[in-house]
Design a protein around this ligand. Structure first.
Ligand code: ADP
Length: 230
């Protein structure tokens, strides 16, 4: 599903260049739930940006779901993101003046989905993330865990093959964090969505099938945790 071959990312700065990722080769299977860990500055965000088609590698090849991303121009990458990737952020990034239903519906707007179809999709997604009855609530009326589940419903709206989650439990207490991790785990297992999650939290990483450790832009470890949340 995901194949990085000798992928490097070098940022060119006035003061010189900086290598954020150095010849990384990584493979991920369809439906795999992978956690990315590593100290600050080790290249985690850079890796997520490359996987999301938000930036291009400086060298190497990056193939996702049969698409060779390093060959796409910006328009191709925008299309790739819309069709294949859902993004989830630490701070949820919901629009505060819009209801839960409107926040999710916004993700469908680019596709000119009819009102009736949009309503049906929103209802299905809210049930998928266990938030039936919250369609007309505003984000501020929900707990952090509920807001993150709305954000995941929004990420699911376009039926992505890949979800990229940047510290999705970073702002949540243990209980709410576990609900979000269980949901991500279920999406990978049952819907075969590949999940790549950056986290600093060992407990969160243990919910994943595999942990990839980065250090100074290199993969230093890739191991299976084998810990399952009930
Ligand atoms: P992490 O997410 O693990 O903290 P990052 O991928 O954000 O690491 O950053 C890796 C390194 O690349 C850092 O040293 C950072 O300063 C540098 N970096 C990230 N983005 C840029 C950029 N746009 N321009 C220059 N340097 C960058």
């Amino acid at each position: 599903m995901i194949k990085l071959e000798n992928v490097s990312k070098v940022y060119t700065l006035e003061a010189g260049s900086f290598t954020a990722l150095e010849s990384c080769s990584i493979q991920m299977k369809k439906g795999e739930f992978v956690a990315i860990m590593g100290p600050s500055g080790s290249g985690k965000s850079t890796l997520l940006q490359l996987l999301g088609g938000l930036d291009l590698p400086t060298a190497g090849t990056l193939t996702i779901d049969g698409v060779q991303l390093n060959k796409l121009n910006e328009k191709g990458r925008t299309l790739f993101r819309r069709e294949k990737v859902g993004f989830v952020f630490q701070n949820y990034q919901l629009l505060p003046m819009m209801t839960v239903a409107e926040n999710i519906a916004l993700a469908l707007a680019a596709n000119k989905t009819s009102k009736a179809e949009t309503d049906a999709i929103v209802t299905r997604l809210l049930s998928e993330v266990n938030l039936e009855g919250k369609a007309n609530s505003f984000p501020a009326q929900l707990s952090g865990g509920q807001q993150q589940r709305v954000a995941i419903a929004r990420a699911l709206a376009m039926k992505p093959r890949l979800i990229l989650a940047d510290e999705p439990t970073g702002n949540l207490d243990r209980k709410n964090g576990e609900d979000v991790l269980k949901l991500l785990s279920r999406l990978s297992r049952e819907d075969h969505i590949t999940i790549v999650m950056v986290t600093h939290d060992r407990h969160a990483a243990a919910a994943a099938d595999r942990v990839i450790m980065l250090q100074d832009g290199e993969v230093v470890q890739s191991r299976h945790e084998g810990v399952e949340l009930k």
